[in-house]
Design a protein around this ligand. Structure first.
Ligand SMILES: Cc1cc2nc3c(=O)[nH]c(=O)nc-3n(C[C@H](O)[C@H](O)[C@H](O)COP(=O)(O)OP(=O)(O)OC[C@H]3O[C@@H](n4cnc5c(N)ncnc54)[C@H](O)[C@@H]3O)c2cc1C
Length: 389
């Protein structure tokens, strides 16, 4: 251990979000290392606290590397060391009650804040420096030196846990990427993900449907996402669209508006199309007008109309863009995983420099995958530090 002055630590963690807090708690529980945490906000774990309407979706019943955008092998190596089962066990033994929603999403039963308080309690003895903006970092004579709005800090190990650039309104920044560039590490620019999509003129008919939501299947690249879609004033949103946004950057995606049914089953009905099909009447009317098919009795439709109607199962179009960083739940991009050792999260070029959480170029789908990643990567990093110290 280092001979310590006030602002010198064995481990300095940048960011007191989900991953930084978990890393601090794990280090504290397993070592006597001197640990400091630097955080720009006045409190820890802001995203954790507000996510999922204050109840945060912490993980999922099914967590596989395929639920993440990024290098699957890298994700798999990290999840093998700290899995969803390990996280559920940790929360259980520490008295955090969870509830399962839709048979797959684990949410906090009470408040997400309970997890923040638990991690802070397990971090007792760690120095938290709040309202301290991180500005730059260098390595000087085997120590990492960090410049902040409150002066200089030094440490033998530096853990960068500064998250992505979404939701700047609660402290997010791209400092993690800027620090990596200082350290000559490869990065992938941040782009908004898990975010609503905006529409081109041809799809403006959807805007009139604001507020309607129903299950769809979205085909984007090789992915099929089955969840609810929400028509919004600014474009399209809801869980299906948010997850699809993770895999979309430009070009077409296709929506099956009737994923659990077959159009042909209804074509013998004497009812009007807008009432026969198990979809919102308002949606059907707008859709039929858009594709130029009259709202007639299903059994009266001609071949051409039936052919046109088939796009109900594959409505393909190119969105215009997305709602931007201020609405995005996460940022895609980050530190290129080739720069990191998957068994430790340590930089391959710089000894004792670690990157964890969302700042790494691994992004989960909607459904608790991003907190799982934040916690798994944090524990793997912490374990490496305390085992060798
Ligand atoms: C509204 C919303 C809802 C979400 N819901 C879910 C959900 O239900 N389930 C899920 O899995 N994921 C969810 N996410 C994503 C999840 O919150 C993040 O992926 C996760 O918090 C990432 O953890 P992290 O530790 O890497 O980063 P963060 O938790 O973002 O922590 C980074 C910390 O670094 C600090 N920081 C950044 N820059 C600086 C700087 N220059 N100086 C000082 N401090 C700095 C920040 O203030 C922050 O405290 C949600 C995100 C949002 C925005």
């Amino acid at each position: 251990m280092l001979a310590l002055m006030k602002r010198e630590y064995d481990v300095l963690i940048l960011g007191a979000g989900a991953s930084g807090l978990m890393c601090a708690a794990e280090l504290r529980r397993n070592s006597r290392l001197r640990i400091g945490v630097i955080e720009g906000n006045a409190t820890a774990g802001k995203k954790l606290e507000i996510s999922g309407g204050g109840k945060c979706n912490i993980t999922n019943v099914k967590v596989t590397p395929e639920h993440f955008a990024g290098d699957c092998t890298f994700v798999s190596q990290v999840l093998q060391r700290y899995s969803d089962q390990d996280l559920l066990h940790f929360l259980h033994v520490n008295g955090i009650d969870l509830e399962l929603r839709k048979g797959r999403y684990y949410f906090c039963k009470h408040r997400a804040k309970e997890i923040v308080l638990l991690l802070l309690q397990l971090s007792q003895g760690v120095d938290f420096h709040y309202e301290t903006r991180i500005e730059s970092a260098t390595s000087v004579a085997g120590l990492y030196q960090v410049s902040t709005s409150q002066g200089e800090f030094r440490a033998a190990h530096l853990v960068i846990a500064t998250g992505g650039a979404s939701y700047r309104q609660i402290g997010a920044s791209d400092i993690g990427l800027r620090l990596a560039e200082n350290f000559q590490m490869q990065t992938v620019p941040f782009t908004p993900a898990l975010v609503g999509l905006t529409l081109q003129k041809e799809q403006f008919w959807m805007k009139a449907l604001s507020g309607i939501s129903f299950p769809v299947a979205i085909h984007v690249g090789s992915k099929i996402i089955e969840e609810e879609m929400l028509f919004a004033h600014k474009g399209i949103s809801g869980p299906a669209v948010l997850s699809a946004s993770l895999y979309w950057s430009k070009g077409e995606l296709c929506i099956d508006f009737l994923p659990n049914d077959n159009l042909h089953v209804y074509l013998h009905s004497k009812k009007l199309l807008s009432t026969a099909l198990p979809l919102s009447k308002r949606f059907m009317k707008a859709f039929l007008e858009h594709i130029g098919v009259e709202d007639r009795a299903c059994n009266r439709l001609n071949e051409m109309e039936i052919d046109t109607l088939k796009c109900l199962h594959a409505y393909c179009f190119a969105p215009a863009g997305n709602f931007g960083f201020s609405k995005a739940e996460v940022s895609r991009g980050g530190i290129d995983v080739h720069e990191l050792d998957a068994e430790t999260l340590m930089s391959k070029k710089h000894k004792n420099l670690y990157y964890i959480g969302e700042v790494v170029d691994i992004t989960g789908e909607l459904g608790g995958y991003n907190f799982q990643w934040a916690f798994s990567s944090a524990v793997v990093c912490a374990e490496h530090i305390y085992k060798k110290s």
